[in-house]
Design a protein around this ligand. Structure first.
Ligand SMILES: [Zn+2]
Length: 208
């Protein structure tokens, strides 16, 4: 009856996926504990509700795309605050890096920080977030027919100019690649037998 609108129109049924879960008794005890924790205001959650709450929490904590969206929102708020109150704060946006230099940094510290951001071992979070948002968590490899690789699983950050050959950690020099196409690029760059072997042996197992 919930599919009938007030005008008497029948809404299409939502597609349902059934999931069969086999748990050990100790895992089941954890599920029951989650039910106790989530039970509130006289309502006891169903297994599906507990499952979806857990998935939601996991994605909030672990999804790089969501993290990037939150970081971008924080940056926008910060920009609004700074824009309204303080025009002396210098913002350094170089190589598309959203790196904010503190007004207290001397020129040496700011330069050192910038060097570290583009040449160090770790890709700065601001750059990582920018690349994830721009590429929307999907491999950037283009197939010969002009279509884009649809893969969103096992996504890695790929340096267009190789980092080991001086390529920077900048958004313009980074792109998202699935594991397969990242190895493909590595094989093309190094011509290494090991990478060729990897490329041949990597397959994704996926129900669809
Ligand atoms: Zn790919």
């Amino acid at each position: 009856m919930s599919r009938v609108t007030s005008d008497g129109e029948l809404l299409p049924a939502k597609e349902i996926c059934e999931l069969k879960l086999t748990l050990t008794t100790s895992q089941f005890a954890l599920l029951e504990r989650a039910r106790e924790v989530l039970a509130a205001a006289g309502s006891v959650p169903t297994d599906a509700e507990i499952f979806m709450k857990a998935v939601g929490d996991l994605l909030t904590k672990r999804d790089p795309l969501r993290k990037a969206e939150r970081a971008a929102a924080r940056q926008r708020n910060l920009d609004d605050d700074l824009g309204g109150r303080n025009n002396n704060v210098e913002k350094t946006v170089e190589n598309n890096n959203a790196v904010v230099a503190s007004p207290h940094d001397g020129p040496t510290i700011a330069a050192a920080r910038q060097r570290e951001n583009t040449a160090g071992r770790y890709i700065p979070a601001a750059v990582r977030h920018q690349v994830w948002l721009r590429d929307q968590g999907q491999c950037r490899h283009m197939h010969p027919d002009g279509s884009r690789c649809q893969e969103k699983m096992m996504i890695e950050l790929d340096h267009i100019d190789l980092h080991c050959r001086g390529g920077e950690h900048s958004a313009s020099n980074l792109q998202l690649k699935c594991r397969l196409h990242n190895h493909f690029a590595a094989a093309a760059a190094f011509g290494n037998e090991w990478y060729r072997h990897k490329l041949e042996s990597v397959t994704y197992v996926r129900d669809s």
